[in-house]
Write a protein that binds this ligand. Structure first.
Ligand code: HEM
Length: 301
């Protein structure tokens, strides 16, 4: 019988979904390291690397090849999880599993396509769209797996909370804009200035790079304000504030690293840390928003 209650699932399904989430997260950080170290084109062909599974021993080649290996394991785990959970799942969980499987197929094809069509040579907007959508696809898989995990865990059935769903959507929009900032080379769009932008409060010009970077900062301030407000409200009312405290802590960390990137003119470890902390914040807000998203999906069926 298929339903969406946690009691029908065994430890096996939880384990595979948990591994999916872990591997997808590692894959996203690895993807950041690939581009931060400029290793994206180190393997000129796909799916093999220099026509072999044992490519030349150069660091950039092994970073890119390692990224593909982890991608392969992650793809396999996602298909295994979908297969295991599918039979017992109700329509709401099946909806999220379908999205994850369709996205992994698209991500693999797109990843290979980036190499085969030699994306860096595409004209700029097309290149930004193709490369960004590859990373965005991993965030979709990450989020859908977290929602599926929530549904099979003992936390399933928690009350839906509109604020958490709204915050998740806002953070997701910020993550997608951050990814575009990175691949549009808009990281220094405001120069090394913070809180000003090239010495001015408003954008100094309306070029794509400046506006994109400026919007990324503005949304960060909104997220910062909202999460601080939520924490303060709960503390004032004497209500449990642990989750709100973690959320605000992650936002604070993420914003501090972002400011650090700008002020150090893109110190490489900070670029990796901003990706890692940003994706962790995305995962956390997806977890908190999961009951609301599953509830909304179930109500539509
Ligand atoms: C809630 C706050 C924030 C979130 C969730 C966030 C998230 C992200 C994400 C996910 C990326 C793409 C990382 C990747 O592809 O690996 C990014 C890029 C970037 N963000 Fe943020 N960000 C936030 C705040 C800020 C702030 C306050 C600043 C600066 C004042 C900033 C500056 C940047 C820069 C410069 C990049 C491009 C980095 C690169 O070239 O790799 N971010 N952001």
């Amino acid at each position: 019988m298929s339903n969406d209650t946690a009691s029908v699932y065994s430890g096996k399904e939880k384990l595979v979904l948990g591994l999916d989430i872990l591997f997808t997260y590692i894959l996203m950080i690895f993807g950041n390291v690939v581009t931060t170290t400029g290793s994206g084109m180190a393997c000129p062909d796909w799916p093999l690397c220099y026509g072999t599974v044992n490519p030349p021993k150069a660091i950039s080649v092994w970073i890119e090849w390692g990224h593909r290996m982890i991608g392969g394991i992650t793809g396999f785990l996602i298909l295994a999880a979908a297969f295991l959970v599918w039979k017992k799942a109700g329509p709401a969980i099946r909806f999220f599993l379908k999205i994850a499987v369709a996205t992994i197929v698209a991500a693999i094809l797109l990843g290979g396509g980036i190499i085969i069509i030699d994306a860096p040579l595409l004209d700029s907007f097309m290149r930004i769209a193709v490369v960004s959508s590859h990373i965005v696809s991993s965030t979709i898989i990450f989020v859908t797996m977290i929602i599926a995990y929530h549904s099979v865990s003992s936390r399933a059935g928690e009350a839906a909370d509109r604020f958490s769903v709204f915050l998740f959507v806002l953070v997701y929009a910020q993550i997608v804009i951050g990814i575009v900032v990175r691949y549009a080379h808009a990281s220094m769009g405001c120069g090394p200035d913070w809180p000003l932008c090239q010495g001015s409060i408003l954008p100094p010009d309306y070029s794509f790079e400046v506006l994109l970077h400026y919007i990324h900062r503005l949304i960060a301030y909104v997220i910062f304000g909202l999460t601080l407000w939520k924490l303060a409200t709960l503390l004032k009312a004497g209500s449990p504030a642990r989750q709100a405290g973690i959320t605000f802590g992650l936002v604070l960390l993420q914003a501090a690293i972002g400011i650090g990137i700008v002020q150090t003119v893109m110190f490489l470890p900070l670029l990796v840390a901003h990706g890692a902390a940003g994706f962790a914040l995305l995962g956390w807000t997806a977890w908190l928003g999961a009951p609301g998203m599953i509830g909304a999906r179930a109500a539509e069926d």
